[in-house]
Design a protein around this ligand. Structure first.
Ligand SMILES: *Cc1c(COP(=O)(O)O)cnc(C)c1O
Length: 406
């Protein structure tokens, strides 16, 4: 049974302080209401817990190791543990959430899964679990993103998912989301919509945080065994929508002894106009069905985010994180594209682990916070770098060329 930290939960209307809630078109109300009424009883049922934890163990590959990174510890000057979510099936933490939501869909009697995807990682995770659970899966994806992310489109189709190109608007994530919502409104009774992060209308942020909280449950158990303590001094995680950070923070939120650190993507720099550092630059507003911090113009138009990393390239952040920042329960560190690339090199050479570009933001953040030799720090290693090899090759090639020109 999952450990529930009451300090990590929203109120019954889905609010974390001033953030959260469900701001949805009237037509969507019955779908969201059905989920809201049923998600806690299902999550807490013995059958769900048994099925979920069995799949996490045998299919996803949990528990993931908590690895004491000796070389990195020496470089940072503190004891650094890596929570190896990169070793999950499909290479990232995303599967924890998708396995849980697909099981929930079955409990709700749903016959079909829909999802939206930007870079394709959430789409691939959804297609994977749908193959396993024999659920038909439709993924909405902007046609521009499809052209940019061909291998993931190929994976989804191999796995049996239908990938629907979205041609409206900017032909990317936001348009794919609109299309998925439109489909859901028209097919409410048989469809479950899997959202990929701690965003969206209540109950999604809470649902996703609870499903990902297995990460911090394992950290607590492993630290107890490996260090004889029940909480680290610091947890560091990158934050796009916020799901891997929510999972790694969950149990430790408000415990008075763990400093929670989110690494957000600063892109070209917090004040460059090309950034995804929502906590640093965002103001309260409504995006994708919830009230949170987002980057917007003075008249409320959502601004485009920029990050070299597709998974962090989002103009909002989950309401839980907006609240954690407001209450000083977590601190958020902006990390630029260039600094994240240094993080990639650092971890790769120090530990023989090539991280995802998103994850590299968390590695770099280690060098930007105050740490002492006695500190015991857990970094959530959200994903592996295979998907980013093209970006790495391109970037480091340019870097080499610049070095040679000097
Ligand atoms: C998708 C992704 C992220 C960002 O999503 P969160 O919901 O903020 O966790 C981070 N790391 C990896 C490896 C991802 O695939």
């Amino acid at each position: 049974m999952t450990h529930l930290n009451p300090k990590a939960l929203p109120n019954e209307r889905g609010y974390y302080g001033p953030f959260g809630g469900a701001y949805i078109p009237e037509m969507l109300y019955p779908n969201v209401e059905e989920l809201k009424t049923n998600y806690i009883p299902i999550l807490e049922s013995e059958k769900f817990q048994k099925d979920f934890h069995k799949l996490l163990k045998d299919y996803v590959g949990r528990p993931t190791p908590l690895y004491l990174a000796g070389n990195l510890s020496e470089m940072v000057g503190a004891k650094i543990y890596l929570k190896r979510e990169d070793l999950c099936h499909t290479g990232a933490h995303k599967l924890n959430n998708v396995v849980g939501q697909a099981l929930m869909a079955k409990h709700l009697g749903k016959k079909r899964i829909i999802a939206e995807t930007g870079a394709g990682q959430h789409g691939v995770a959804s297609a994977t679990v749908c193959a396993l659970l024999r659920l038909p899966c439709t993924v909405f994806m902007g046609s521009k993103d499809m052209a940019r992310q061909k291998p993931n489109v190929m994976r989804m189709r191999m796995l049996g998912a239908e990938v629907i190109p979205v041609e409206s608007g900017s032909k990317s994530l936001k348009d794919a989301t609109n299309e998925a919502i439109r489909y859901w409104i028209n097919n409410p009774s048989e469809t479950h919509y899997i959202i990929g992060s701690t965003i969206g209308p209540h109950p999604y942020p809470d649902l996703v945080a609870r499903l990902q909280s297995v990460i911090s449950d394992e950290i607590a158990e492993q630290l107890q065994r490996q260090e004889g303590i029940d909480a680290p001094t610091h947890v560091v995680a990158c934050a796009g929508g916020g799901s891997n950070a929510a999972g790694a923070f969950f149990r430790f939120i408000g415990n008075g002894k763990t400093i929670l650190v989110g690494a957000e993507a600063a892109g070209e720099g917090v004040d460059s106009g090309l950034t995804a550092a929502t906590i640093a630059k965002g103001t309260p507003g409504i995006i994708h069905g919830c009230k949170t911090l987002l980057m917007q113009t003075l008249d409320g138009q959502v601004e485009e985010a920029h990050s070299i990393s597709a998974g962090l390239d989002y103009p909002g952040i989950g309401p839980m994180h907006a609240w954690l920042a407001k209450e000083n329960l977590a601190q958020f560190v902006p990390v630029t594209d260039k600094e994240a690339m240094e993080g990639v090199k650092t971890l790769t050479r120090a530990e023989g682990i090539i991280p995802a570009l998103e994850t590299a933001h968390a590695i770099t953040a280690l060098f930007k916070i105050n740490l002492k030799k006695e500190d015991i720090v857990v970094v959530n290693l959200s994903g592996r770098g295979d998907k980013d090899l093209d970006t790495y090759q391109e970037y480091f090639k340019n870097e080499e060329a610049q070095l040679n020109a000097v």
